[in-house]
Design a protein around this ligand. Structure first.
Ligand SMILES: Cc1ncc(COP(=O)(O)O)c(C=O)c1O
Length: 414
């Protein structure tokens, strides 16, 4: 747990008033006394903010805090998780390049890879992360990055990150890890071997459904100076910060997915309680998963923290037994699943995850509705799948709500 870092890191305490929170610098631009000073900032010879699409003082505190929590060399905060992924992928790859990615990724990431990236000539090969050899088999001379989620949403599959990182190292390409489902309460992704970390801060980091945001972090492991990424090379004088310097002066700036200062403030506020909240999210998820496993109405449960999950060993070995707060389960048919969703009283039927409130959704008809059945199966989505983001309510109340909704879902079916 990293409570102190979550509350204090990155705040330079430069204050005229002794305020206890980070001020919201709700400004687009920044004035300088002399033309020479502004020239120096534009050319990178002096530090300073120019325009809030590139950087902002409130967002800079958030960036330093997230970097502190992940033990990263630096961070760029973005407008959303998708803005973070787009800036990384479109910033690094060009037509003809290739990605090897987990088949269990979030649907929006798969849409980005399949639609926007394909139109730009970037192709993606999806593999089942259960067998790490699948990564090696999918690599081609054109593969420029590997992309996984720590725990796939909603497939709930867990890649063996150290083994995948070793393959990436041998191939000389970066491993990009979307760690949205496992937010940084302890800095473990760097030690496991991630080169670039992604967060949708919209989820657990914000935790209250009040602001969209994302983050790109460089763990400092990848050797940019000796890489094949021509776009990053001009920034090699920035050393380990070369990639982030390139993004800030390249795809992040050009694509325009900057974090709004007010949203950065909300993220900073939420971060203060992230470690405490995660303890409760994790305990509630485990309790609900166990209840669903034992409930006679439930056909199947997919939670990597259950002892019979094929990923239980990786959860223990890599994630200190913390299996996240997302799970899926099925009731045997879409009709029953819909009746369950119509019957919950406490849980909310909505998209999003990582909220203080427990959220439920039918992925096949919503987040994944654009994909055909074969693609959905590959992504871990069945027609009866219900995804749950387990919230912070009292565990007894969540279980009681699910119990009454399960009884109704099954009773009305006969
Ligand atoms: C694992 C994961 N990555 C990225 C995203 C995209 O984040 P955002 O909605 O903030 O763009 C999501 C959204 O659900 C997600 O679940």
């Amino acid at each position: 747990m990293n409570n102190t870092t979550a509350i204090h890191a990155g705040d330079q305490k430069k204050s005229d008033w002794g305020q206890s929170t980070v001020p919201v610098y709700q400004t687009v631009s920044y004035s300088y006394k002399t033309a020479k000073e502004l020239e120096a900032v534009f050319s990178g010879r002096a530090l300073g903010h120019i325009y809030s699409r590139i950087s902002n003082p409130t967002t800079a505190v958030l960036e330093r805090r997230l970097a502190g929590l992940e033990g990263a060399v630096g961070c760029i905060a973005t407008a959303s998780g998708m803005a973070a992924i787009s800036a990384v992928v479109l910033g690094l790859l060009k037509s003809g390049d290739h990605i090897v990615a987990s088949s269990g990724l979030f649907g929006g990431t798969i849409s980005l890879f399949n639609d926007t990236c394909t139109r730009m000539g970037i192709t993606t090969h999806y593999i089942d992360v259960a067998d790490t050899d699948n990564f090696a088999r999918a690599l081609t001379p054109r593969t420029k990055l590997l992309f996984v989620e720590t725990i796939g949403n909603p497939k709930m599959d867990v890649p063996d990150i150290p083994a995948v990182a070793e393959l990436a190292r041998q191939a000389g390409i970066p491993l990009v890890v979307d760690s949205t489902v496992t937010p940084p309460v302890t800095p473990r992704m760097k030690a496991l071997g991630a080169d670039i970390l992604i967060h949708s801060t919209t989820k657990f980091i914000n935790g209250h459904g009040t602001a969209m945001g994302g983050a790109i972090l460089d763990t400092g492991r990848y050797d940019w100076a000796n890489s094949s990424f021509e776009t990053v090379k001009p920034f090699k004088q920035a050393g380990q910060l070369a990639f982030l310097a390139y993004l800030r002066n390249g795809s992040y700036r050009d694509l325009g997915g900057c974090a709004a200062p007010m949203n950065s403030f909300l993220m900073l506020q939420s971060l203060e309680t992230l470690p405490l909240r995660m303890t409760q999210h994790l305990a509630n998820a485990r309790r609900l998963a166990t209840f669903l496993r034992d409930a006679p109405e439930v056909d199947w449960v997919n939670y990597p923290g259950l002892p019979d999950s094929p990923f239980a060993d990786r959860i223990d070995r890599l994630l200190d037994g913390q299996a996240g707060a997302i799970l899926t389960f099925g009731l045997g048919s879409k009709e029953r699943s819909f009746r369950f969703l119509d019957s919950v009283k406490l849980a909310r039927n909505m998209t999003n995850l990582g909220d203080a409130k427990t959220l439920v959704i039918h992925p096949a008809s919503t987040i994944f509705h654009e994909f055909d059945q074969e693609q959905q199966t590959q992504m871990g989505v069945a027609e009866d799948t219900i995804r749950v983001s387990v919230g912070l309510e009292d565990a007894d109340d969540i279980v009681a709500d699910f119990a009454q909704a399960l009884a109704l879902a099954v009773r009305e079916a006969v």
